[in-house]
Design a protein around this ligand. Sequence first.
Ligand code: ZN
Length: 254
Amino acid sequence: MTGLLTDADGSPVAIDNPGGTSPFLFVCEHASRRIPQAMGTLGLGPDALESHIAWDPGALAVSQFLSERLDATLFYQRFSRLIYDCNRPPEADAAMPSVSEVYEIPGNSGLTDEDRSARTQAVYYPFRDGLSNLIESRKRAGRPTILVTMHSFTPVYHGKPRSVEVGILHDSDARLADAMLAAADGTGFDTRRNEPYGPIDGVTHTLIEQGLKNGLLNVMIEIRNDLVSDETGQKVMAGYLAGLLGESLASLPQ
Ligand SMILES: [Zn+2]
């Protein structure tokens, strides 16, 4: 290990079920709230470090249930989005935010170019390159890939409750999102297109870089995190999403 991650911190990325036979490749950029040892607490208290600003609660667990259920590969980031938000390019302020929702993040204010570069090298590049290498190796092996990025969102944002339960997000390629929304029509959870975020919020970075540029079917899923706060909820949500993905796969030309 070089730079800000030590051997004790471990690898920035992890892969579950690399030999999974499903065309779906699940990706979780905000899987973890782990902070590298060298970064301390970023000046934040335990509440903030456990909150949605540090990670997407429940998103990794739902992704792991989906990975098992569909025999699909899952690729994810092992460090907090507060160190580097892997769904943002290095030049974006939001890659290392000094303010997130109602929290100020002291350890992210006044970062120098060197600080930003160290985080980008330690956390973002291994994620970006690891994912693109994985997609490339599947292609070389003749294995199809459908990119599904997995997120969760807070039920109350800036004091306002959100009623949407599942967001199906897309950028300029809406094929998979359209199929999923058609499958969701009138069933299960309150499922909406490009809510509570959409491309205008800059959240489709991974979809663009890894999905659109490789011509892959792709979608980003946002789950309201109060629905996946325990194992029961996580399994119900994984079952719902597995149904939507399966129906969509059957309806789309490969
Ligand atoms: Zn997220």
